[in-house]
Design a binder for this molecule. Structure first.
Ligand code: UDX
Length: 472
């Protein structure tokens, strides 16, 4: 009997899973696979990260994941190592979750880590196994890697490659892994599909739809989804630019558009725009890949999506400057938020931090406060001043700038905050503060995306029917 005809293990509890790369995606995936009942080894070249995880300490901020890590370690089904020999020896299904950052000096994705991970696995695999890529890669990468692995591995064609993209959002990592909107299985054989179905069976059994497709389609689903989401955000931010020029209110516009069920209100929130470790670099790499494929013209709009997004940061600086009497030099600005979104300590391509940097470049004295991301922000921009609390950040401020919509900022009381500042002036970059409350407390409130004066629509009428009296 050839190795490919050997009977399958059918009990998913007995699956032996290896996860390569223990960053955000990989650590979450390893923990969740153990939670599903598999025996899991996570492997990474970063010894500090491995030691932390093995000690039960999550090396990044993600609500709920710390408890899941402790629970999974207690079952003894999960362990972490830097030893690739041990990790490859263990797994029959080996997930690759390493990063694909933007390559220095170009829009292309840097595939160094992906290639190195596949090479490390291929060289060690001496038996039938499935390598499953989860990293976000340019379309065509999986087929290239499949050829490379088959050529390099002692097991030859018995090592197969599949692609199973991940759609997890920071802040919802566990939920998005165990209860995703859909699963995508890019496979080259029935055997690979059976293997994937076996490992992800517990997720499938909850009724999650699965799309089974070829390798390039699976790769494309991920980048197309991110491109669509980025386009939706930049669409509403382009409308914000129009609103600013025309004296209209993009908040009410977005609300009205969102009620159209064909459009929907999710990812239609105007403000400082998108950042993070995925959307910005993924749309750039996608446009770059289209050019390589000779169809660059089809995705030129993604360049504009990127530009609209970056212009929001410059416009926010304009707004803060306007509030600071037209000159930022020597002005004290409280920058509320550094992470790219709330409930995250991730500052990669964070609009908030970029605005803080631009303000400092114009001579403002910027004091940044973020409930979770200060340490990461300090590593990138050590020259900015970091406050330990909201009160310390706004102390004596000429302008308060809300840059990331943490709940702590939304809940802050404008009256008591007003007692700390030098001038009651606030620029709301995420349009989340209660304009009426701020104005009542004597603040000069300005929101990114206008209008100059907020139209006062009673709360009860914002989404409902107007009473007949209001229409007379
Ligand atoms: C994103 C995708 O959602 C996820 O599916 C993919 O796997 C990875 O990239 P994430 O980067 O965690 O996830 O953040 P997400 O919640 O999507 O937000 C991205 C950015 O868009 C944030 O900076 C957020 O502030 C911004 N955003 C989001 C808006 O500006 N407006 C919106 O309406 C929604």
């Amino acid at each position: 009997m050839s190795t490919s005809e050997q009977p399958e293990r059918i009990d998913h509890q007995r699956n032996r899973v290896t996860v390569v790369g223990l960053g955000y995606l990989g650590a979450t995936h390893a923990i969740c696979m153990a939670k599903l009942g598999h025996r899991v080894i996570g492997v990474d070249v970063d010894a500090d990260k491995v030691a932390a995880l093995q000690d039960g300490a999550l090396p990044f901020h993600e609500p709920g994941l710390q408890e899941e890590l402790s629970g999974a370690l207690a079952t003894h089904r999960l362990s972490f190592t830097t030893d690739f020999d041990r990790a490859v020896e263990h797994g029959d299904t080996l997930f690759v979750c390493v990063g694909t950052p933007q390559k220095e000096g170009t829009d292309a994705a840097d595939l160094t880590f992906v290639d190195a991970a596949f090479d490390a696995l291929a060289a060690r695999l001496t038996r039938r196994a499935l390598i499953v890529g989860k990293s976000t890669v340019p379309v065509g990468t999986a087929q290239r890697l499949a050829r490379r692995v088959a050529a390099a591995s002692p097991a030859g064609d018995d090592v197969e490659v599949a692609w199973n993209p991940e759609f997890l959002r920071e802040g919802f990592a566990v939920e998005d892994t165990l209860h995703p909107d859909r699963l995508v299985f890019g496979v080259a054989s029935d055997w690979a599909l059976r293997r994937l179905t076996q490992v992800l069976g517990p997720v499938l059994s909850t009724g999650v739809p699965a799309i089974v497709c070829d390798l390039p389609t699976a790769e494309l689903v991920k980048v197309a989804a991110n491109a669509f989401l980025a386009t939706k955000i930049s669409f509403i931010n382009a409308m914000a630019e129009i609103c600013e020029a025309a004296g209209a209110d993009v908040g009410l516009l977005a609300q009205a558009l969102g009620h159209d069920s064909r459009i929907g209100s999710r990812f239609l929130k105007p403000g400082l725009g998108f950042g993070g470790g995925c959307l910005p670099k993924d749309i750039r790499a996608f446009a770059h890949r289209a050019e390589e494929l000779g169809v660059g013209g089809t995705l030129t709009f993604l360049r504009e999506v990127d530009q609209v997004n970056l212009r929001r940061r410059a416009r926010m600086v304009d707004l803060i400057r306007e509030l600071a009497d037209g000159d930022l030099r020597g002005k004290r600005i409280a920058a509320l938020g550094a992470s790219f979104k709330p409930d995250s300590d991730d500052v990669r391509d964070a609009p908030a931090l970029e605005v803080a940097r631009m303000l400092a470049m114009e001579g403002a004295h910027v004091r940044v406060y973020d409930p979770a991301a200060a340490a990461n922000a300090h590593r990138i921009y050590p020259d900015l001043d970091y406050a330990a609390s909201l009160a310390a950040a706004v102390d004596d401020a000429d302008v308060v700038a809300l840059l990331t919509e943490w709940q702590e900022f939304i809940d802050a009381d404008p009256e008591s905050m007003g007692r700390h500042v030098r001038h009651r002036r606030v620029a709301d970059g995420r349009r989340v503060l209660d304009a009426a409350r701020y104005r009542l407390a004597g603040w000069d409130y300005r929101a990114l995306g206008g209008p100059e004066r907020i139209v006062s629509v009673p709360e009860e009428n914002r989404t409902g029917e107007f009473p007949a009296t209001a229409l007379r």
